[in-house]
Every structure is written in C-alpha cells, then in structure tokens.
Design a protein around this ligand. Structure first.
Ligand code: AMP
Length: 399
C-alpha cells in the first residue's frame, strides 16, 4: 500500500461512486459503487485486490451509504488504518464563475456550491449530500472540490458568451461553462508531455455516453462544445447536442409539449438512442452490419452519419479558431474503443492531409498511442482519460 492515497468521491442523486487512488501511479487500489439510494433495496459493490463484494441492503440516504462504504473498507480491505488516505476529492459538476480551480471545502465553499444549484439542479444538490456526509465521517483530512467546469473558466469571452441580450444573460448567469473539464485538462496536459511540446494546437474529443470537444492552444482552452449545460455540442448517447432552440417553441406550438417534456426529450430520449433505439455505439454498429433488417440498418447508418458529421464540423471550426491544428486526441468510451468512428472522422478530414494508420487504429490497447500515419498533417492520438487520477492529484495538493 502506498504511503499516501486519495479517496475520490462522485456523489449522484441516488448513487455514490468512489475510488481509492494512488496519486503517484494512478492505480485504483479499491473502488465501488452504492446504487439505488432511497429505493426499498440498494446495492453496494466494492472491489479490492481483484475480489468483488456485492451486498444488497436498504440504503435510505447518503449517510447510510457512506457509512456502509467505510464499513466495507474495514471488512473487505484495505482498512482505513492501512489505506493512508491523506485527502478526499469530490467531483463537482458545476462551479459556475466562482471556481477556476480546485478548492478546499470550507463551510463557505460548501455554501457557494449550494448557491450554484440552479445551474446544475440534478447534480450539485447530490454532490452536497456526498460532501456533507464525507466531511462528517472523515473529519481528519482535507476535502477538496474539483469542478468539471473549472478548466473552462479560462475561455475567452468570444467563445464563452452567447449572443443573448446582456442584461438577461448576466442576471441569470447564462454563458458557456462547459463540462468534462477535468478530462479535457488532464488529457491535453498529458498529450503535451507525450509529444514534448507546450505550444500545441490541440483538439480533444471526449466521446463517451456524454460527449464534448475542446480546442486547446498552448495549454489554455479557447473553446468547448458543452455550454450552459452538457446538452450543447456533439451528438451523444441520449442527448441531441446542437439543435435549433426554436425547436422548443415549435414543439410547444404543434405538439403541446411542456418545457419539462422537451427537456426530457432532448436530454434523455434523443441522440443515438432517439434515432436508432440504442445508445451504445456497439449496438448501433451491429445494426449497421445486420443486412437482415434493412430498415434498422438504414436508420442506424443515417444516425452514424449525423454523429460523424457533427465531429467533422467541430474539428473544422476549432481548427479555424486555433489557427491550425497539430493533434486530435480521442478519449473516453467511444474515443478509446470505437475504431470505426475514428476512421470515418479521419477519412472525412483526408482532403486536409489527415491520414490514419489503419493497423494502428485497429490495435486493441489500453495504452496511449499514436494512430496517424507518419506523413499525416495532424497527429491522431488515442489517450485513455483518467478523471479519478486527475481529481486525486488536484486534491493531494491540499494535503
Ligand atoms: P463512457 O461514458 O466514457 O463510459 O463511454 C460509454 C460508451 O462508450 C458506451 O455507451 C459505448 O457507446 C462506448 N463504447 C464502449 N466500449 C466500446 C467499444 N468497444 N466499441 C465502441 N464503443 C464502445
């Protein structure tokens, strides 16, 4: 067991995800998930040293959930005495204008996170539950908030502001905050190290169930695709990404849909899921490969064309914003694993001299790797993101 570890907590409305991280190596020494908090029956899964413990029990609230997690550390290991936790890092979705970096959680910081609940009504209240119970149960170590929006607080006004009437925008804090910032920052910094250059013009494509793109120049973000909320930008597993805002008024007028219904439609029932019935890219590719169902096949192929075209648009516009491009990095579930999406994007960019190495692209590996041909105008890199490690390192600085 290393001498110093950080417990990383991601507290959701009905779940607590946790990982004990060695901030030196990035190893996950133990991890787990409390699910269905508040339901009649909850589930806790704890993994340590290859052994998985799963327990079903009622978990009425986050306090009980966190107590059970600490109990599992002591019964299944590593015990809290041997774990050497020097800090707890809390993932927070929305830090608004208040936080451009990690913050030691004091009562004042806690209140600011609470103040930001209207901007992240599903996430920040759930984070606060995790913060309150973890601070109570582990009072002896610093608790650090790491914000998903912090990196993008450096965005220039030209990309952070919407062309909305200024008074309304300011009064209601309407601007681009971005999301997945911890991942975009981590990956762009690691790419600069990997390629040995701090003057890179980079595009990072974080393609998971939620998906976002960022443009980073000399280590600073200059644009990102998620906006006031994580709905804007790329097409996602269940979210529309960019859509004409007038669709909201149109659906209200012609379909009698309420704002709440359109919110659910855009966030939960659209994207890949809405266009094909499946949100997982593996299932969508399976539909594309299935000649026995030509109707589903065509629908899936069209949805994939929309997905890739959105990527092409963002890469094109970000290249112009960056004034050139050195590297595109693919990360998260789809970015790291979907060979076809990477190839189709590279093919669409081939008129600009982008060349993928077909064999390198196909190779299965969990390691960072270059997948472009040596004579490509832009380097293409696959880099596994590690948000827990990034949070652990930022929290360690306060220990
Ligand atoms: P994330 O949100 O980063 O965990 O990414 C989850 C998504 O990654 C899933 O919904 C899948 O669409 C995608 N994914 C995971 N593994 C693969 C794979 N081998 N090939 C294609 N897509 C994958």
């Amino acid at each position: 067991m290393p001498s110093q570890t950080v417990l990383v907590i991601n507290s959701g409305s009905s779940s607590i995800k946790y990982q004990l991280v060695d901030p030196e190596t990035g190893d996950a020494l133990a991890k787990g998930l409390v699910e269905r908090i508040g339901d009649p029956m909850g589930v806790i899964t704890h993994t340590h040293g290859g052994a998985v413990t799963e327990e079903e029990m009622p978990v009425p609230d986050h306090t009980v959930g966190m107590r059970e997690v600490l109990r599992l550390f002591d019964t299944e290991g590593p015990t809290l005495a041997e774990a050497g936790i020097v800090a707890v890092g809390h993932r927070i979705v929305q830090g608004g204008r208040h936080f451009d970096g990690p913050a030691l959680i004091t009562d004042g910081v806690r209140d600011l996170i609470e103040e930001l609940c209207p901007l992240a009504p599903l996430h920040n209240p759930a984070h606060l539950k995790g913060i309150d119970v973890a601070r109570e149960l582990m009072p002896g170590v610093p608790h650090v908030a790491v914000f998903d929006t912090a990196f993008f607080q450096q965005l220039p006004d030209r990309s952070a502001l919407y062309a909305l009437e200024t008074e309304t925008a300011e009064k209601y804090s309407v601007r681009r905050y971005g999301a997945h910032g911890t991942s975009h920052q981590f990956v762009s910094q690691e790419i600069a190290k990997m390629l040995g250059r701090d003057d890179l013009k980079q595009i990072v494509l974080h393609l998971g169930n939620g998906a976002s793109a960022s443009a980073v120049r000399c280590g600073k973000p200059i644009d990102t695709s998620m906006g006031l909320t994580p709905l804007e930008g790329l097409m996602m597993g269940t979210r529309t990404g960019d859509i004409d805002p007038a669709v909201v008024f149109h659906l209200e007028r012609v379909a009698g849909m309420s704002v709440g219904e359109v919110d659910t439609l855009f966030n939960k029932k659209s994207g890949m899921k809405g266009m094909t019935g499946e949100s997982d890219m593996r299932s969508v590719w399976a539909m594309i490969d299935n000649d026995d169902d030509p109707v589903a096949q065509k629908r899936a192929r069209t949805a994939m064309d929309v997905y890739v075209n959105r990527l092409v648009k963002y890469v094109g516009s970000y290249t112009a914003e960056l004034g050139g491009l050195d590297v595109i990095t693919f990360t998260a579930g789809i970015g790291e694993n979907d060979v076809h999406v990477r190839r189709e994007l590279a093919e669409a960019l081939s008129p600009f001299g982008v060349k993928i190495d077909v064999e390198a692209n196909k190779a299965r590996s969990g390691e960072p790797r270059v997948i472009s041909a040596p004579d490509s105008t832009v380097e293409l890199v696959v880099f596994p993101t590690n948000e827990e490690l990034a949070i652990a390192r930022q929290a360690l600085a306060f220990a």
